[in-house]
Design a protein around this ligand. Sequence first.
Ligand code: ZN
Ligand code: ZN
Length: 343
Amino acid sequence: MFFSGLLNLSWWGDVIALLVMTHVTIVAVTIFLHRHQAHRALDLAPATSHFFRLWLWMSTGMITKEWAAVHRKHHAKCETVEDPHSPQIYGINRVLWGGVFLYVKEACRTETLERYGHGTPDDWMERHVYTGHGRLGVTLMALIDMALFGIVPGLVIWGLQMIWIPFWAAGVVNGIGHFWGYRNFACKDASTNIVPWGILIGGEELHNNHHTFATSAKLSNRWYEFDIGWMYIRLLEMVGQARVKNVAPKVRFDRNKPECDDATLQAIILNRYDVLARFEASTAGSAVMNTVDAMRRDLMDLWTASNATREQLLGQLKDWCRRAEASGILELERFSMTLRAYA
Ligand SMILES: [Zn+2]
Ligand SMILES: [Zn+2]
């Protein structure tokens, strides 16, 4: 009774059970709370949606409205003093190890919930059971764990379940994901992709992709990146439990095109953060930074010249490529070839 419960598992059976349960929690956070509730990137069928909500209540005690509100504020105020958990403001250690406290502090603010918490569940279960009874949820989980795995292993498993999301989501994603890693896109905040394989944290590792295309249901973007959350979304879609509403535009290149045309312009306007990141990567360390900076500003005019016609913009783009290729600066010449190839 102390060491084996109803399931009577060996120690490695307990380890597998722990990994499966924490993985379900991670999947619930990324698909239900993050992509479905906070960003509305996909719809979920009522039964699946409610399963995730119930599971999160028991395995984390978190409330949907609070999570969505704090997270939407993070996007709206990213890397400013109003961002609830920016490592650029609070320092990496405070967010990595104590991110959960920053989250709880923000979740208690009524103004945050009112301003950013709209559209989250408000049914009978939410009002009478989930909201305000987070402790009841996690206590139920403790009792179930002790019954299934025995009192001692059950309590150890439960303890690890309780710190799983505070560490991996509030610490690693919110901390490291704005501090260390690689960037596909030069979006305005400091977000990074931690590793290209989003498995352990359900795809949330690809945080730079996410901040660039916040309403995309799919977080991977390059051929070598993998988002396990997206795999589950596709499986849920096959059995009629999910419907994707939005995914990021795909960057495509056609190296055989002779000259910039309307499609090139369209692709460049659509993929501005990708263009900028490639520009930075190609020109990094150039010996003529003054020219490079001036060319960057001219390039950015393409996105900011709001009252120019399409013909004018296309003329501007062609002129930019001509100047880059005549500049005698190898980095700019090479980048111009990439720019022409956007399709
Ligand atoms: Zn973020
Ligand atoms: Zn987000």
